[in-house]
Design a protein around this ligand. Structure first.
Ligand code: ATR
Length: 280
């Protein structure tokens, strides 16, 4: 008798617009892995009960999205180093002994996308990050691990940037500044301000783009994001939104669960919002 396929899901609130089911279905098809991947909505405050029921019912792994990444870190039995540093988990994997490993693949997703699609190796680069929210905690340890020369966190609320810099000070050269005073000289500028999602753009000085080779927005949309439109207006040719990061972090989760690394380029091309295949 054939064993039933392993079950995975993305848990979040809301989760109905998550593209993770399509991405993992594409990975499973490409790698010949048999699995089921669904959406698992959980009400605010109900992460633990929803996840516990999923795993009690034989679930093999979860992707965790907003607002539950911190809850997932507390829920896991063991954390990878990168998840512990981030204080956030986006991947839960059930081991053979039934315990749950918590991992965070957001940072490696960003680094892979920067290196592949923006074609800028991280090693030796000076990187400016706009924003100091939960997403930034996930990516800073990996940027430094991959050899970034310096990372500067520019944030509206400077104290939040300072806290992150202090927490990660042992990992490398981390500086902070106010959004309005970020000095120039940054090879790569990464936007992690969630305001971009709502179509807004904070007031930024074009001076931050002097000497910049590439700009990356951690959010994505059907149309170029306000941040990417702004950098385009200021002459930055290498620009990339966060859709590739979403697919790359999913590929790393797939690797954690299945031990196989999918090819991401064809999945990004097929599923990117606004792509011909998605519209057809
Ligand atoms: P995420 O999980 O996406 O990182 P978050 O933890 O809520 O979300 O963090 C949101 C980030 O966007 C913060 O850095 C926030 O700045 P503050 O720390 O000063 O709140 C930033 N942000 C949100 N709206 C903004 C705006 N209108 N102008 C500037 N920064 C903004």
């Amino acid at each position: 008798m054939n064993a039933s396929p392993d079950r995975y899901a993305v848990i979040g609130h809301p989760v109905d617009h998550s593209k993770s089911p399509e991405i993992h279905a594409a990975f499973a098809h490409q790698t010949g892995q048999k699995l089921i991947y669904e959406r698992l909505p959980a009400a605010p405050g109900a992460f633990k009960t929803t996840a516990a029921a999923f795993f009690a019912d034989g679930g093999a792994g979860l992707n965790v999205t907003l607002p539950f990444k911190g809850d997932a870190a507390a829920y896991a039995n063991r954390l990878t180093d990168r998840a512990r540093r981030a204080g956030a988990v986006n991947t839960l994997a059930r081991g053979d002994d039934g315990t749950l490993l918590g991992d965070n693949t957001d940072g490696i997703g960003l680094v892979r996308d920067l290196e592949h699609r923006l074609d800028i190796p991280i090693a030796g680069r000076r990187i400016l990050i706009l924003g100091a929210g939960g997403a930034v905690r996930g990516v800073i340890p990996v940027l430094l691990e991959y050899g970034a020369d310096a990372v500067c966190i520019a944030n509206r609320t400077l104290s939040k940037a300072d806290t992150i810099a202090r927490d990660f000070a042992d990992l490398g050269n981390i500086q902070t500044c106010a959004l309005t005073t970020s000095a120039n000289g940054w090879d790569i500028v990464i936007n992690a301000i969630s305001a971009g999602l709502a179509g807004e753009m904070p007031n930024l000085s074009p001076a931050i783009l002097e000497n910049t080779h590439g700009a990356y927005d951690m959010v994505y949309a059907d149309q170029p994001t306000p941040f990417l439109r702004w950098v385009a207006d200021h002459g930055i040719e290498r620009r990339c939104d966060g859709f590739g990061m979403l697919v790359e972090q999913a590929a790393e989760s797939f690797m954690v669960w299945r031990g196989v690394r999918p090819q991401t380029a064809e999945v990004i091309a097929a599923l990117r919002p606004g792509s011909d295949r998605q519209r057809s």
